[in-house]
Ligand binder design. Structure first.
Ligand code: ATP
Ligand code: AMO
Length: 434
């Protein structure tokens, strides 16, 4: 819209046209105020009934809440106005009228259930604190991209419709692809590895992953955003360094560039950028510490995956981001390399937030024969992965990488209770639209 001024840019002494939604109307009798809201904030529009054209007053004050309007007039300083300035209109135009009955209250005075909010995301995102989550999410992705670029990585986009899965057969969404069976991709794993073997060497991707998780939890989605890294000539220690650098840079960027959003969420005081190196515990140490907390009914033994309560107990114990390294090889996928001096141990690692797992990664098996054996050991037919395995015969360097859950990063950074808060239109067992 030409000549439009954002409310945050409306300076005293100017005559401007603002455009946005009717947030609130306060009619005090002789004087009334319409609060107009746009993406940058709000502005008070003053109607002095005796001094203004009746039609103008009527147009402004009869507009239903959440209608879209424009108003043109002089901006003046006004200490009593919420933002210290107000606009006295010469004209007001209703551009799109809103129903008087709304499915949820964007002013936030009346709470709504999460399902009502997700069904009406447009209205939900008119709330300052919900808008703030998505402004911060965008900043997180921007900062992650910048850090990867600083670390010499090239951003890639890999296919989401694929012929084979990699992260366990039960969690695939099958689709029909011109009469053939295909799947929605669970992870860019194989493609990013193929690019680590190309001259790109160091790559990253921020893109969707699809997982047919049957269970309904506050930290699983059926469509999530994965922040993936893969680097040639990297080992698992270097991949952990990259994961740590990315997570820290994201916290720093939010701290530096999102203070008003943190304030809208009531987090400005408590928000902290992680300091110091993230501790790196071995799997063995992790299970010992979990057992020592006495929080689990049954003691964990070597080879067990960490149950959710175990992750919580350890998270409380450690109290900051940390890595778990030296996992048993048998519970890590085929593409993770075993340790050279002990085949029982893998080079796989997880990065944990005290509340949950954020990252999985490791050094990859780049030796052709070992890779084929790994497929067979996991019950996969290596021939189905020929497009991948054959590239390991043409000069595949050692490489390592990780996948970082984008929504879990937003969720843990902001202390959100439910991962769905961090997605515009979440996909879960119950939810396929909007
Ligand atoms: P009139 O001026 O026609 O007699 P009124 O008596 O309703 O109308 P005021 O007494 O000026 O209006 O104000 C009513 C209330 O609105 C008061 O509490 C006053 O502090 C507040 N108020 C007045 N002008 C502004 C303004 N520009 N911004 C915010 N609050 C205002
Ligand atoms: P993994 O399966 O552990 O590893 O996934 C990596 C990270 O992605 C996030 N994540 C999810 N977030 C929300 N809902 C889900 N259903 C979901 N599934 C995963 C988590 C998890 O830590 N290919 C490997 C990564 C690698 O080795 O590079 C992989 O996909 O935060």
């Amino acid at each position: 819209m030409q000549n439009r001024t954002y409310t945050a840019d409306a300076e005293p002494g100017e005559t401007v046209t603002v455009a946005g939604w009717v947030h609130e109307i306060r009619d005090l009798g002789g004087i009334a105020f319409l609060i107009l809201r746009d993406t940058t904030g709000k502005i008070q529009i003053k109607f002095e009934k005796d001094e203004m054209d009746d039609e103008l007053v009527e147009t402004g004050l009869n507009a239903a809440r959440e209608s879209v309007i424009t108003a043109t007039g002089a901006v003046d300083e006004e200490p009593r106005a919420p933002t210290g300035v107000e606009l006295t209109p010469d004209s007001v135009e209703v551009i799109a009228e809103a129903d008087t009955e709304l499915p949820l209250d964007p002013s936030g005075k009346v709470d709504a259930e999460i399902s009502t909010r997700l069904d009406n995301r447009t209205l939900d995102l008119r709330k300052e604190e919900v808008q703030a989550i998505f402004e911060i999410r965008a900043e997180i992705q921007r900062a992650a991209r910048e850090t990867f670029r600083d670390l010499m990585c090239t951003e890639i986009t890999t296919p989401k419709i694929v012929a084979t899965g990699t992260e366990g057969g039960t969690e695939l969404f099958p689709i029909t692809y011109f009469g053939e069976e295909a799947f929605m991709n669970q992870s860019p794993q194989l493609f990013k590895q193929l690019m680590a073997g190309s001259n790109l060497e160091r790559v990253f991707e921020i893109g969707p992953i699809f997982r047919a998780e049957e269970h309904n939890t506050p930290r699983h989605l059926n469509e999530a955003t994965s922040i993936d890294f893969e680097g040639a000539f990297c080992d698992h220690h270097e991949a952990m360094d990259v994961a740590e650098a990315v997570v820290k840079s994201v916290y720093e960027a939010v701290d530096e560039n999102c203070q008003s959003e943190l304030e809208a969420l009531g987090l400005a005081e408590e928000f902290e950028v992680p300091e110091g190196d993230f501790p790196r515990l071995s799997y063995e140490e992790a299970i010992e510490r979990i057992n020592a907390t006495g929080e689990l009914d049954e003691q964990l033994v070597w080879g067990d995956d960490l149950p959710t309560e175990g992750e919580h107990a350890l998270g409380q114990d450690v109290g900051e981001h940390y890595f778990i390294t030296d996992w048993p090889a048998e519970i890590k996928p085929f593409y993770i390399m075993d340790q050279e001096d002990d085949e029982q141990l893998s080079t796989g690692f997880d990065m944990m937030h005290p509340r949950m797992e954020l990252v999985s990664g490791g050094q990859r098996e780049h030796r052709y024969d070992n890779l084929i054996e790994g497929f067979e050991a996991q019950g996969l037919n290596p021939e189905d992965f020929d497009y991948y395995t054959k590239m390991f015969k043409y000069g595949m360097p050692p490489h390592a990488g990780f996948g970082l859950g984008g929504e879990r990063l937003v969720m843990t950074l902001l202390g959100l209770d439910n991962i769905r808060e961090a997605v515009l239109f979440p996909r879960d067992r119950q939810r396929l639209s909007p």
